[in-house]
Design a protein around this ligand. Sequence first.
Ligand code: PFF
Ligand code: NA
Length: 453
Amino acid sequence: MTNDAQPRTQWLGRWGFVLAATGSAVGLGNIWKFPYITGEYGGGAFVLVYLACILAVGVPVMMTEIAFGRRGRGSPIDAIRRVAGESGASPVWSLLGWMAMLCGFMILSFYVVVAGWSFAYLWKMLSGGLAGSSVDEMAAIFGANNESPLNLGFWSTLVTVATMAIVGKGVQAGIEKSVSWMMPGMVVMLAILIGYGAFSGGFVEALRFLFTFDAGSLSSEGMLAALGHAFFTLSLASGAILTYGSYLPGRASIARTTLSVAVADTVVALMAGLAIFPVIFANGMEPASGPGLIFMSLPLAFQAMPLGTLFGILFFVMLSMAALTSSISMVEATVSWLTDNKGISRRTASWGTGIVLWLISTLAMLSFNVGAEWTLAGKHFFGWLDYLTSRWMMPLGGLGMVLLAGFVLKNEAFREELGLSPAWHALWLFMVRYVSPLGILLIFVDALGIARV
Ligand code: PFF
Ligand code: NA
């Protein structure tokens, strides 16, 4: 629908961008991934590095991305090329946009599988299929759900279709409406779960696990995971935030919106941790149980609470919708690039993208059953998609963007877009020039074993 003759679509309401960007940020990353990787990397030290990465890298990168999007008014590829061109910089920088678009697509290919778990569990809650009462029974239910490619494929296909249907409808109608009531609902649900966790015995242990910093307990691998997760959880360097920024009205404050998105995302992640780890500890489960962690632990908590089935249903409804408000943001870059450049309608672009996505996500889905043995260096296909995007593509893409904005492009463009006071602008510039790049580089150098920091 967008073409060169018309001005680019913009968010309708004053809160459109904040809600959509928060919807993109808050998702499976907070509720599914954050608890399970925190469990894998041992807790407090990981959380501390993650929080530092959000502040020192995530916030500056997000501001930069939104500024690129709004100034360039296009998909990541077009926006970066335009903004670079304005400063006389090489169009080769738009490769950063290509990588971001590819990255969003790769993430979505495994994200729909996890979102499919959420939908499957919602169905189980509704139909009484989660009536196990022991840790072992919960693990068996999770395993059984993965065993059949037809079952798992049904749910991930459903998520793919839902995602493409919403994106196909357009920027304003689908996204903007839904996020405004789903986000508050999710916070309320998590608060209730934390309330439950506080009385279930494991709460103090959970607090200690999440917030006690045990120096030296974090590996280089864990630091890279924390950095990668900061990108993942804020939807950075994957085209999502940049493309949403391209619909941002000129008057909105980029710094203020960035801060609210980052704060909301962090609060939800910590709330999820506080809801889940008490259950883990109270039931003697292993924090490092991997990707199945929330699906094996939370249903146990629901069963023990009064009206647990009702809360369980609400929780999986919320989780599924949180997943959808994120998944739609991952393809928006591709769909907007296709409609802007290939002269096809948004609908055609969405369904075409959906077909390719379905093929790749089907391969990812098979990693949990028939393709479990299709591994390379010990990782199956699902694992590779996650590993390549979080550990490499997102941090490197973010590094490219801050270096481009900080050193290559004319400062005037960012001064205008960000509209900050001179002191705050100087702080942003200092962050994108030195703090964020050095943070990313140090963690990489450390992880590659070139030098132990
Ligand atoms: N931020 C989302 C989450 O935490 O679940 C995941 C995500 C969304 C990553 C959009 C990348 C992206 F472009
Ligand atoms: Na997130």
